[in-house]
Design a protein around this ligand. Structure first.
Ligand SMILES: Cc1cc2nc3c(=O)[nH]c(=O)nc-3n(C[C@H](O)[C@H](O)[C@H](O)COP(=O)(O)OP(=O)(O)OC[C@H]3O[C@@H](n4cnc5c(N)ncnc54)[C@H](O)[C@@H]3O)c2cc1C
Length: 522
């Protein structure tokens, strides 16, 4: 039988084994033990809100997803055990790199010893500096570094660990002042201080600026692109001023080993910058993509369908994202991250789709992009994927445009004929603005294991589904019986994500089963 389903422009028609029709319990082989659900929530055919229906599939009917063949495995995420081992090795390397300066300093027996507080302050300064160096690698988008964790996790770590690095760096002058105020306070007077102290003070001021501007970017109304350039320039200044300070003090660098370490650190930073700002964009420039369709969606969204331009494209895991640059040069600073909303594993000649809410300065222009426009994709990235967390079933929670990675996962399950039960909680302001409303309804027809629970803030008259906030009561009412063994994927506004995470924990879901994608990465 031929099916025709809109998987966002990338797979509108195809030939598949006979899918079970809605209301038709005669299921094909492989879907046999699954009851067809008549109760997908949908106003034209509203479902009874309570009591909670029986679980979709009996345990015996649950079939594991087909593993991806090795050749289809996307770059950017390593498979299971390799991923864990590589992750542990990288964490060990991170800790070793941060502590290495301490070891080098402590085995340096040539220099006379200083008071304990001074030695401690220098040691903590070195650790802070080492962490600052690694901050560059965390956001460098180097695939083998990001593979075990996912680049989104690394970006989050980059943001959080920056406060720890700042604390180490600030401990350096603080402990010096604690040791002897009259000796060290004059070094803060930039008019009279020696150059080595001026470098140090400038480095710390630049670091404070980096943190201040990052925390207050929105309050300062700084455009993202301006912030990004400022952040980069200031961060590089912090490092090179700190290295100049070290060379000026000439204690650590008086030995050949010390000089080699400083040279190595500088080389790592320059290498990472050259890779991420010059070589990687150049490589993307050699592999451009072309817009083939621009499809308006409900909820002020637009789906951009792109296809590889004279290269095979790449495969990805459902739920991953890519950075998109529209226009000629891959070096532009205005590249934006978007989840891939099309299914993975679909035979689409490399086409992928991104669904973009037209809400900001740049996204408002997406609807006017012409088919044929050249774009550059840096991806696939991210670890927000059901493929990385196998489970007997899934619960997806989406708010508004947060449906995009989740839609990709559901559509991929459809393509793979994955019959594990999946419940989707999808909140929107009103029924008209439900992005992918028709597509989800259609998928529900083909997927008896899929249950979509729409939660509307302003429901239309006659609405019998849940309305208002998605709270623990609504979750409890619609979660399947075996929900504590399922994996949870949440993508919504920060406030909703926090509330849902809290509700799930209240309901006894283990926190390691809850995965979230925050669109406001910075
Ligand atoms: C992993 C990930 C996946 C995403 N997937 C989607 C998706 O599928 N659909 C969708 O509509 N949105 C998605 N977003 C959000 C999207 O990237 C931003 O909304 C968009 O870049 C905002 O651009 P703007 O200039 O129009 O908005 P503005 O109004 O200028 O900015 C709004 C906010 O968006 C963020 N932002 C702006 N520019 C960038 C940028 N270049 N890179 C990163 N963040 C930026 C900033 O926090 C900014 O404060 C995703 C974000 C992330 C991190």
């Amino acid at each position: 039988m031929t099916y025709s389903i809109d998987l966002r422009g990338v797979s509108r028609a195809g030939r598949r084994p006979q899918p079970p029709a809605r209301e038709a319990p005669a299921a094909p082989v492989g879907l046999a033990a699954v009851r067809v659900r008549p109760d997908v929530i949908d106003p034209p055919r509203p479902a009874p809100a309570a009591p909670a229906p029986a679980p979709v599939a009996a345990a015996g009917a649950v079939r594991a997803a087909r593993p991806l063949p090795a050749w289809r495995r996307p770059a950017g995420v390593a498979p299971g055990a390799t991923r864990v081992m590589a992750g542990m090795a990288l964490i060990a390397a991170y800790v070793a790199f941060c502590l290495a300066p301490l070891a080098i300093v402590s085995i340096d027996s040539h220099t006379p010893h200083r008071p304990f507080l001074v030695e401690l302050s220098v040691a903590l300064g070195y650790v802070g500096l080492a962490m600052m160096v690694l901050q560059f690698t965390l956001v460098s988008r180097i695939k083998w570094l990001a593979a075990p964790f996912g680049i989104d996790i690394l970006q989050r770590f980059h943001r959080q660990v920056s406060f720890v690095a700042l604390a180490f760096v600030l401990a350096h002058p603080a402990l010096l002042l604690a040791q002897s105020l009259p000796t060290y306070l004059p070094l803060f007077d930039l008019r009279t201080a020696p150059w080595r102290a001026r470098f140090a003070v400038s480095s710390v001021v630049a670091l404070l600026l980096v943190v201040f501007v990052s925390i207050w970017r929105r309050k300062l109304r700084l455009p993202y692109e301006v912030w990004k350039v400022t952040h980069g320039v200031l961060s590089v200044s912090v490092l090179f001023l700190a290295l100049a300070h070290m060379v000026g003090v000439n204690r650590f660098t008086s030995s050949p080993g010390g000089r080699a370490v400083v040279a190595l650190v500088a080389a790592v930073v320059v290498g990472v910058l050259v890779w991420s700002r010059l070589i990687a964009p150049r490589r993307h420039g050699f592999r451009p993509w072309r817009v083939v369709d621009v499809i308006p969606e409900r909820g002020r969204a637009v789906t951009l369908v792109v296809e590889p331009d004279r290269h095979p494209g790449w495969s990805f895991l459902p739920g991953q994202f890519a950075w998109v640059t529209v226009g000629g040069s891959p070096y532009r600073v205005d590249h934006h991250p978007f989840s891939l909303s099309s299914p993975a594993d679909a035979d689409t000649r490399g086409r992928v789709a991104m669904t973009i809410k037209q809400a900001g300065d740049w996204t408002k222009t997406v609807g006017s992009i012409d088919p044929g426009t050249r774009v550059h994709l840096d991806g696939p990235h991210g670890s927000f994927s059901m493929d990385l967390h196998q489970a007997p079933g899934y619960v997806f929670v989406a708010g508004g445009v947060g449906i995009t990675p989740i839609y990709s996962m559901i559509a991929t399950m459809f393509i793979r004929e994955d019959i594990r039960p999946v419940t989707v909680f999808y909140t929107n302001p009103d029924w008209e603005s439900v992005t992918f409303r028709e597509q989800l309804d259609e998928l529900s027809g083909y997927m008896p294991n899929l249950r979509v629970v729409h939660v509307l803030k302003q429901p239309p008259p006659g609405w019998r589904g849940p309305s208002g906030r998605l709270d623990a009561d609504v979750l409890a009412r619609y979660l399947p019986r075996q929900y504590q063994t399922f994996e949870y994927f949440i993508c919504a506004s920060p406030a909703m994500m926090d509330a849902v995470e809290e509700s799930l924990l209240e309901l006894g879901v283990s926190d390691y089963r809850i995965h979230s994608e925050r669109f406001g990465m910075v």
